[in-house]
Ligand binder design. Sequence first.
Ligand code: NDP
Length: 281
Amino acid sequence: MAQIIDGKAVSAAIKEQVRDEIARDNIKAGLAVVIVGNDPASRVYVNNKKKACEFCGIKSFEYALPEETTMEQLLELIDTLNADKNVNGILVQLPLPKQLDEKAVIERISPKKDVDAFHETNVGKIMIGNYSFLPCTPAGCMELIHSTGVSVAGKECVVIGRSNIVGKPMAMLLLHENGTVIVCHSKTKNLAEVCRRADILVAAVGKPNFVTADMVKEGAVVIDVGINRLENGKLCGDVKFDEVSEKASFITPVPGGVGPMTIATLMKNTLTAAKIQKNEQ
Ligand code: NDP
């Protein structure tokens, strides 16, 4: 039976570290969160980010824009936030309404304030291993892997999913820690067979209960990034938890696994941004 990796506990410890450093060094840190439209899931995420900021002693600035916001209006706000000295980090909650070009919006954020690490400059820095910020969700997954005491070096790591925000950077972080990494996607052949090779299996597919026990090697570390809402309103991951936990050595639950880590890393990144910007003044 697998040990459950407690994302709430690991994330709480990270937020406490951030809070303590901010208090100890009297650091002024500010995070601007921009939300456009009325997506209920986005609203929940933004509220959780606000709560985490309050806990850590980070000033949060929230900009809730109407659904019909134009590109021009959004870019103008980003320019203002880029120039605002009280704002160290800028996060635009995705997804955006369809009239808005997400890529152009992300590229407009100053790379120094891009605490999500989605800007091309930051993506490139992660690729070469010389970065200030790590993308929040993959970095959170790495912290959870570290919390198990299992070393990534030399392990076969399989990531299911190749999105720019989760799968690809996740693969890169595992590679930086000397894992032997395979990235799977919708065109991968013999997926179950490939997954069974994994000492560390990361599922970022967005399909409930996609990873079943027959896809998992005995003793594997299984990280479930998926957040899927079922018809009954319950949240569920990409991994069929009950049967996979019989085989894995460590497994993350949903909720309470990767989710809280994403926010903890965001707090860490905002603190890093504040320190870098202070040193540049
Ligand atoms: P995307 O939809 O952008 O990517 C999904 C990936 O899964 C794609 O690369 C896709 O392949 C692959 N895929 C889809 N179907 C299959 C299949 N049958 N076999 C193999 N691969 C498949 O999703 P995200 O990366 O943005 O998110 C993934 C999940 O993680 C979602 O549930 C999301 O809600 C969750 N998430 C959770 C976060 C957290 O804080 N815990 C943060 C961000 C996301 P292809 O590229 O070929 O289409």
